[in-house]
Ligand binder design. Structure first.
Ligand code: HEC
Ligand code: HEC
Length: 206
């Protein structure tokens, strides 16, 4: 696939130009009484799709996430604890109250799984690895948002690939328990295991 030859920064930079976003305080719609979260979410639509299901491949789908995961991730971007190409700057442009309103807004939208290519054999292997190493917290094959752990099934492959690379390198800190499972997976299955998992998530398309 063409995006495999592109770097993350190149892909995201081209997105940023297309979306012509602005997160500066002056341009941002004010959150008044009776908060219009939909208005705030306008700023996100260029990259994440009008209802939070992005057209991919570098911007993840953000619909249907748990508000807790959403808020903590935005805080992580703002503090720099979660590495990002673009969200660090954007996340800093909003108050906690505004983030809460946006998180709630997107939580109510369906997560539309991305239509993307995958390798069927790897996906089958990935399904087994998921059950063994990830299902406990990323329930229902990675579809569930219930454990405040993000949604994996149907998320865009480039985004997941980069995110997993960040976890692997320790640039993004996983919770202790996830770290343990991820280390066990990498020890026994190596990068191929990780690749199988990512193909499994890409294979979930309905
Ligand atoms: C210019 C494109 C762009 C805009 C505009 C944008 N995002 Fe993002 N978003 C990204 C990219 C790319 C990532 C992946 C992290 C990174 O590299 O910055 C991301 C990641 C996220 C994530 C993490 C998703 C996950 O599964 O962990 C959330 C939440 C998010 N964005 C929310 C928002 C919100 C809310 C807005 C509007 C206020 C917004 N984004 C505006 C490109 C964008
Ligand atoms: C013990 C529970 C647990 C296990 C097991 C676990 N995770 Fe997680 N995972 C979490 C939690 C909690 C978060 C959200 C907090 C964070 O960012 O660390 C998360 C976040 C993630 C994210 C970020 C989601 C996003 O949208 O950016 C990815 C990707 C991920 N996990 C993949 C995996 C994979 C693959 C496995 C199996 C090898 C796994 N996790 C096993 C609890 C777990």
């Amino acid at each position: 696939m063409a995006y495999k030859t592109l770097t993350r920064a190149t892909l995201v930079a081209s997105l940023a130009v297309g979306a012509a976003f602005s997160a500066s305080a002056a341009d941002k719609p004010k959150l008044m009484m009776g908060a219009d979260a939909a208005m705030l979410a306008n700023t996100c639509a260029g990259c994440h799709g009008s209802n939070g299901s992005s057209m991919g491949p570098a911007s993840p789908t953000i619909a249907g996430l748990s508000p807790t995961y959403f808020e903590e991730t935005m805080a992580g971007f703002a503090s720099g604890e979660i590495p990002s190409t673009i969200m660090g700057r954007i996340a800093k442009g909003y108050t906690e109250e505004e983030i809460k309103a946006i998180a709630k807004y997107y939580a109510g939208k369906p997560f539309n799984k991305g239509k993307q290519s995958f390798d069927a054999d790897l996906a089958a292997k990935g399904a087994k690895l998921h059950d063994k190493y990830c299902e406990k917290c990323h329930a229902d094959g990675g579809t569930s948002a219930e454990d405040d752990a993000g949604v994996l099934a149907g998320q865009w492959t480039p985004y997941l690939t980069w995110t997993m690379a960040d976890f692997k390198a320790g640039d993004r800190e996983a919770t202790k328990k996830m770290k343990k499972k991820l280390s066990a997976l990498l020890e026994r299955e190596g990068n191929e295991g990780l690749n199988a998992l990512i193909n499994y998530y890409a294979s979930q398309q309905q």
